[in-house]
Design a protein. Structure first.
Length: 146
């Protein structure tokens, strides 16, 4: 009872404040971004934030922001990697990137809907959107592969 009262009070006083809500969500996403960049985020803080979103029944607010910002990150990553790498290296790095994202979802126990939508986003931007650019295969590469 006390816990639910505290949750409701926090939600109404803090999380429903538009300025604070965006800072809380953006700050949580920043922890995810730190992990993406290979630094060590405070995993306990990130895990606690995800639990808080569930307790407040506002996880969908975080999920929407996380997916939108992830899309920007993935598009930027794919553009750079596709321009800088040959097909086999790009494919290897794209697969590694996708695996790392799915492992991160598991590590931080993100919802199945988040995992599903993130995987769709990754496939769209790392593979489907880059299909034409990836089609520029060096003929010597094809000969070496056969």
């Amino acid at each position: 009872m006390i816990y639910e009262t505290a949750i409701n009070q926090f939600k109404s006083d803090i999380f429903n404040n538009t300025a604070l809500k965006s800072k809380i969500i953006d700050g949580t996403y920043d922890l995810l971004l730190v992990d993406r960049r290979g630094d060590s985020p405070n995993e306990e803080t990130f895990g606690s934030a995800i639990k808080m979103f569930h307790d407040l029944k506002v996880y969908n607010s975080f999920e929407a922001t996380m997916l939108a910002k992830s899309q920007q990150y993935v598009v930027s990553w794919a553009d750079k990697e596709c321009a800088d790498r040959e097909l086999p290296d790009y494919v290897t790095e794209a697969v590694n990137f996708m695996n790392a994202e799915m492992q991160r979802c598991e590590k931080f126990d993100l919802d199945l809907s988040t995992r599903r939508d993130l995987l769709i986003l990754l496939e769209d931007h790392l593979i489907e959107e880059k299909e034409a650019e990836l089609g520029r295969v060096d003929p010597l590469f094809l000969i070496r592969m056969s």
